[in-house]
Design a protein around this ligand. Structure first.
Ligand SMILES: Nc1ncnc2c1ncn2[C@@H]1O[C@H](COP(=O)(O)OP(=O)(O)OP(=O)(O)O)[C@@H](O)[C@H]1O
Ligand code: NI
Length: 357
């Protein structure tokens, strides 16, 4: 591949590795009585083995619908996946049957949600639920499965795991319920964990512990696709970051590059408005987002006529770093990004000092 400046970067991965997940031009629309929402409008990205990729962006940008489209859990209707490919271990999930998808969801791709209750059945003990999740993919005796269930609970940091295994979900606190939900997700030893705001519904101390847990898990070699509002959570966990706006990815790159030099004007505004809390941007307070060209142009202080119309701008390399790309004409051959980059944004402080490792 060319490493010339100003060339597009059609693939955001190194050339020597086959990605675990490869999403190309994914499009999901949502029909409501009033309108058709272009929730995911041409999204492409990859997740490599052992890698943690974070999807960031304001509320309503399409993060959840993107992730829920991958394994078909997005409710259809009102949603409809109208195009693209989702290649996982060499097969296109968008063409897979519902029963195939169901078995992939139980074993190879696990989901964790903001609200752990959605993953827990109130009428069964957590041990029963873990044993069920374990035996889905493994021929294993009941007693061995219970042994492994207790080991999983210990692994996610539940104290007194061997006794707590017989408790019901409501006997755990919210943070502990999320740990149990993560344990269930891990039970089948999935290749990919998709976690949608897993640390949002809990208080700050619990959040820090869950981040620690997720970090341990990602260090263990599992691939993770993590949705978060919180730029600090992304900084703590991500190898690579995808920034979403208006159903499109507007910038992507390794965490260090993207955080030290956010390139797309939307990314810069996202970082500028970050207030240290995982606050939700209020999209509904603003106008409609365009559905062609650069979706951010109406709010962009640097927008030019060429930003309107057609497909979203191609990904151009930022600073000749092949893996850091911005979908913004200013990074193309005919423009100079200097005015954007000179807009000051206090962003470096978001990278956390490494604590223990
Ligand atoms: N079931 C639904 N019915 C109608 N519109 C929906 C539905 N689900 C999602 N949408 C719309 O699709 C768009 C993308 O939503 P999505 O949930 O993916 O955003 P998000 O980036 O995950 O936001 P948040 O950070 O608030 O979770 C939004 O405009 C949202 O209102
Ligand atoms: Ni969401």
């Amino acid at each position: 591949m060319s490493t010339q400046p100003h060339t597009t970067t059609p693939q955001d991965r190194s050339d020597d590795e086959e990605p675990l997940l490869s999403v190309d031009d994914l499009r999901t629309r949502i029909r409501t009585e009033r309108e058709t929402i272009h929730a995911v409008d041409g999204v492409s990205f990859t997740v490599n083995r052992g890698e943690t990729v974070c999807l960031v962006g304001e509320s309503g940008s399409g993060k959840s619908v993107t992730c829920e489209s991958l394994t078909g859990i997005v409710p259809q209707p009102p949603a409809e996946i109208i195009g693209g490919t989702v290649e996982f271990k060499g097969r296109n999930l968008l063409e897979a049957s519902e029963s195939t998808l169901r078995s992939i969801r139980g074993t190879e791709i696990a989901h964790v949600f903001q609200n752990p209750q959605s993953a827990l059945d109130p009428v069964y003990t957590v041990g029963d639920q873990l044993v069920e999740a374990i035996t889905i993919h493994e021929e294993i005796s009941e007693s061995d499965a219970r042994e492994r269930a207790s080991e999983l609970l210990r692994q996610v940091g539940i104290p007194n795991a061997p006794t707590r295994i017989d408790d019901y979900p409501h006997e755990f606190s919210g943070g502990m319920q999320q740990r149990v939900a993560i344990a269930i997700a891990l039970a089948a030893d999935p290749a990919l964990l998709i976690a949608d705001e897993p640390t949002t519904a809990v208080d700050v101390t619990v959040q820090a512990r869950l981040i620690e847990l997720l970090r341990e898990l990602t260090d263990g070699g599992m691939s993770v696709l993590l949705i978060t509002h919180d730029l600090r959570v992304a900084a703590a966990l991500a190898d690579r970051v995808l920034v979403m706006f208006g159903g499109t990815i507007v910038e992507r790159g390794p965490i260090e590059a993207l955080y030290s030099q956010p390139a797309h004007p939307y990314t810069r505004s996202l970082f500028d408005s970050y207030d240290g809390l995982s606050r939700r941007g209020d999209r509904s307070a603003r106008g409609d987002i365009p559905t062609d060209g650069c979706r951010f142009r109406d709010e962009c202080p640097h927008a030019i006529d060429a930003c309107a119309g057609g497909d979203q701008p191609p990904f151009y390399t930022v600073d000749d770093r092949k893996t850091h790309g911005a979908s913004c004409l200013y990074y193309g051959p005919e423009h100079d990004p200097a005015p954007i980059l000179h807009d000051d944004a206090a962003v470096n402080t978001l990278i956390e000092e490494p604590t223990d490792d």
